[in-house]
Each structure stands twice: as C-alpha cells, then as structure tokens.
Design a protein around this ligand. Structure first.
Ligand code: ADP
Ligand code: MG
Length: 240
C-alpha cells in the first residue's frame, strides 16, 4: 500500500457497549472511518451521541467491545496495556475540556511531562516547555500552578503540553467547552495553526460551528452512528 495514501487513523466496525447493572448503553454502534495525515477532523453531535467514547477508543484510553482501530498502520485495539502506553507516549497527544493539568506542578513542569516519558533530559525538556509556553502566550506564567491561572491560560498550558513532543496525532475533547467565545477563537486558531505548521493530524470534538471553516473533515454522530462524513477542500464539500 502506498504510504502516502494509507490513512493515519483507520476504524472498522467499532462498537462500545457500557453495562451498568441491568442497563446497557450502546455508545457506539459499528463505526467505520478513515482519517488521513494532516487532516483537521471535527466531530459534531449532541450530548450523549458517543463523541467522547469514540475519541477515547481512538486514543487507546478505552477498549472497544468489538471492532478495530489502527493508527499509523498499527492495530491499537489489539495491543496490551504496556504496548499501548508506549505507543501513546510516542505518537499521541490529548487535550481535555477540563485541562487535566497536574495541580502540584507549574506550567513548565506540566508542559515538560510528556517529554520525560520520551527520555528527554531535564534541562532540554524544560527548554522545550518554555519555548512552547511562549508560543501559546504564557511567557509570563511559566512558574504558575494551575490554580493561579484562568481557564483560558490553563488550556493554553494544556495545548503546550499536548504539542510539546510533536505527536503525530492529537485528540481534543471539547477543548473550549469551558471558555468564553473570544478565548475559544484564540484557542481554536492556536490548535489548528500548530497542526498545520507541523502537519499533524487532529481529531477534535467541538460544539463550535465556526470550526467547520478550519476542518478538512467533518463527522457527525447521532446515537452512536455516523450520519455524516464530509471531506472539505478549500471550503467546498466532497462527500466520502
Ligand atoms: P458525548 O461525548 O457525545 O456526550 P459519550 O461518549 O460520553 O457522549 O456517551 C455516549 C453514551 O454512553 C451515553 O449514553 C453515556 O451515558 C454512555 N456512557 C459513556 N461513558 C459511560 C460509562 N463509563 N459507563 C456507562 N455509560 C457510559
Ligand atoms: Mg463528551
């Protein structure tokens, strides 16, 4: 297979059913999709449609009930915990709605964290972290702890952390869900700008309809099923 046209993310018949007591929730019902390198892919859907479940399965944070996920040609749905952890550290970044910064670490320490797992020496990783924090506009908050920063600032640190190790794929689950509209625009432009600059693949869950203008692919979920998958080229739609 030609490496250039091989999808970065390949999903086949992916299902996830949660069982809580007697209740069953079919969060995903047999989803298939391909996402290619360098694509900015947005996932839209109402609350409960399965967006977070899909992202968590793609990022290897949860196991599917059935079906398969490949990332860069590796079948992550078959990896054991240790292989998955190594794979995630090497290739995947994640941006959370509620930031998930470590409360007892400064902005620099939080940002440098993923580089530690990659074996980058302390001095070098702090250098990279400071550079990243400058790029996200936090040069005046380097030694601040999360509780000393606004939501927007915490998310900037979250972005610095996700991009610090230049992972090939970044997942973002409603990254601006807790932010005002001005900050949302700044954060979205930051994420998409980095992704384009480094030719990274982004899969983002969002409620922000403005994101459609940045997206190369728009996926719509309803009740655990994909009801729309449009590839966009210079503002025009092409159905795939
Ligand atoms: P979204 O992110 O689109 O709001 P989710 O993926 O979080 O949706 O949830 C999809 C469905 O799966 C919902 O019905 C939700 O209640 C259910 N669900 C999600 N996570 C769990 C869980 N850990 N245990 C049980 N049910 C869950
Ligand atoms: Mg969600």
């Amino acid at each position: 297979m030609n490496h250039k046209i091989r999808p970065m993310i390949r999903v086949r018949n992916l299902s996830k059913t949660y069982v809580v007591g007697e209740e069953k929730a079919e969060a995903l019902k047999g989803i298939s999709l391909d996402i290619f390198q360098g694509e900015i892919c947005c996932i839209f859907g109402t609350s409960g449609s399965g967006k977070s479940t899909l992202l968590n399965l793609l990022a290897g944070m949860e196991r599917p009930t059935s079906g398969e996920v490949w990332i860069r040609g590796r079948r992550i749905s078959q990896m054991n915990e240790e292989e998955l952890a190594v794979f995630r550290q090497k290739y995947i970044g994640f941006i959370f709605q509620s930031y998930h910064l470590f409360p007892f670490m400064t902005a620099v320490e939080n940002t440098a964290m993923p580089l530690m797992f990659q074996g980058v020496p302390r001095k070098k990783r702090e250098e990279i972290a400071v550079q990243m924090l400058k790029k996200v506009g936090l040069s005046h908050r380097l030694m601040h702890y999360p509780w000393q920063m606004s939501g927007g600032q915490q998310q900037r640190a979250g972005i610095a952390r996700a991009f610090a190790s230049r992972p090939e794929v970044i997942f973002a689950d409603e990254p601006t869900g807790n932010l005002d509209s001005k900050t949302t625009k700044e954060i979205m432009e930051m994420i998409t700008g980095f992704a384009r600059g480094y030719h990274q693949t982004i899969v983002m869950v969002t409620h922000d309809p403005e994101m459609e203008q940045y997206a190369h692919r728009v996926i719509r979920l309803v009740d655990g099923v994909i009801v729309g998958n449009e590839r966009r080229f210079q503002g025009k739609k092409e159905e795939t």
